[in-house]
Design a protein around this ligand. Sequence first.
Ligand code: FES
Ligand code: FES
Length: 162
Amino acid sequence: MAERAVVSVTVNGTPYQRFVEPRLLLSDFLRHDLRLTGTHVGCEHGVCGACTVLVDGEPARSCLMLAIQSDGASVTTVEGLAVNSDELHPVQQAFWDTHALQCGFCTSGMLISAVALLRSQPDPSDAQIRAALSGNLCRCTGYQNIVRAVRLAASRMNGADA
Ligand code: FES
Ligand code: FES
């Protein structure tokens, strides 16, 4: 058995310290070790975007990172987006309101990518929304309502409603 390495990481505001195999992927660490199964794993090689999380505020594909690479970092998964148990993040609420998901497999990655976009670009054009989500594949929706959702979330977060 491979020698284990310690990883100290803050996930959704909670600090964790675990001994892990050096080859353990961040996606598997989140899902299996921390039981945060909202991060989905589709392709496992960086193509579908389902596994996207924020690492120190930047979107990252957790299937392309080792858990030990997150040592010292702050990670946000979909479980960390909601304001509290009664209030969704505005992007989550907008996905709900515009029916921007069907099977939901891609949704956690879409949400994380959308949140990252709106932090850096609070009032994105449709082209910017599509570009920001171009690494997140959805086999169900045709993307139209996802773009609408991000536009609606931006509008609400800017104090207006669309
Ligand atoms: S599972 Fe990571 S990009 Fe597809
Ligand atoms: S809602 Fe099914 S893959 Fe996007």
